[in-house]
Design a binder for this molecule. Structure first.
Ligand SMILES: Nc1ncnc2c1ncn2[C@@H]1O[C@H](COP(=O)(O)OP(=O)(O)OP(=O)(O)O)[C@@H](O)[C@H]1O
Length: 269
């Protein structure tokens, strides 16, 4: 594999937070390569450093040691090449949906008329063609997250990092929107790094799932997800899906010191 195919390359990344009485090591020696067009999920126990990892990748936090390369270049500050979708609704309530999407483009100097045209294209892409002129509070939580995704896609990032983007939604809506997102990013060829607490979501959407250990977060295991594409809700009923969720569940439970019997793990999948 050539260097350019690794859109993201974390090399021995360690992140420490300074505290009054010493440093808190949030991440230790993280080596992670993500190929162009891949969806990679990060799972791990609460507090293991998942959000820290995303913030480091997005250039929002400096690393303590090691480096983050995006397309071979060190990432040391936020870049338009990396889009971010957070769990919390980040739409601006006083702007219409269309102008929420256009806003990011206007900030980067795109003329308003052009930004509005592209915003409409993005709305069409996320299935909200008719909703450009309403305000965010008139949409459901899932629709608002689609607006957030459209706003990020409009900027044509190389990589999108997502922190529990559908975490505030019920499990069914979450998986449904996740599949829509997967279809979308497959079409536009974007690379995704996704933090989630949901084994189901990670298995359903990812090419690879990385499991972090309890703090300090180190890479415990990395699993390729051998599910055929396109993924659909029917994937949830497949034997391969049951196997990969079982594997992920067992790995996570072992981090919590729990031994999972096959029966319990199968039932959980
Ligand atoms: N700004 C900060 N200053 C000091 N410590 C921090 C800071 N931000 C995070 N931490 C600590 O770093 C560790 C990792 O936090 P982080 O939010 O990255 O974990 P997480 O895996 O995303 O957690 P969760 O799954 O609960 O959302 C935690 O122990 C947290 O308390």
């Amino acid at each position: 594999m050539t260097r350019s195919e690794h859109i993201l390359d974390l090399q021995a990344v360690t992140k420490e937070y300074p505290l009054k009485d010493g440093n808190l090591v949030a991440l230790r020696d993280i080596d992670l390569k993500v190929d162009r067009g891949q969806v990679v999920s990060v799972l791990g126990p609460s507090g293991c450093g998942k959000t820290t990892l995303l913030e480091v990748v997005a250039g929002l936090l400096p690393v303590t040691r090691g480096q983050v390369l995006l397309q071979g270049e060190p990432m040391t500050s936020p870049s338009p090449k990396v889009g971010i979708v957070f769990q919390q609704d980040s739409t601006l309530p006083w702007r219409s949906v269309l102008s929420n999407i256009a806003f990011g483009m206007e900030m980067t100097g795109v003329p308003r008329a052009q930004a509005n045209r592209r915003a409409q294209d993005m709305l069409d892409l996320v299935g909200l063609s008719e909703f450009g002129h309403v305000h965010p509070h008139q949409l459901s939580g899932g629709m608002r997250q689609r607006v957030a995704v459209a706003r990020v896609l409009a900027l044509e990032p190389e990589l999108i990092v997502m922190d529990e983007p559908f975490g505030a939604l019920d499990e069914q809506t979450r998986l449904h929107l996740g599949l829509e997102l997967l279809d979308l990013v497959t079409r536009v060829g974007t690379t995704i790094l996704l933090v989630t607490h949901s084994i189901q979501e990670a298995a359903l959407l990812s090419d690879r799932v990385v499991v972090l250990s309890a703090r300090p977060g180190e890479i415990q295991e990395s699993f390729d997800v051998p599910l055929s594409k396109p993924r659909t809700l029917a994937t949830l009923a497949s034997a391969d899906y049951a196997r990969i969720t079982h594997t992920l569940w067992t790995c996570l439970m072992s981090l919590e010191g729990v031994r999972v019997s096959d029966d319990v793990a199968s039932a959980s999948g």
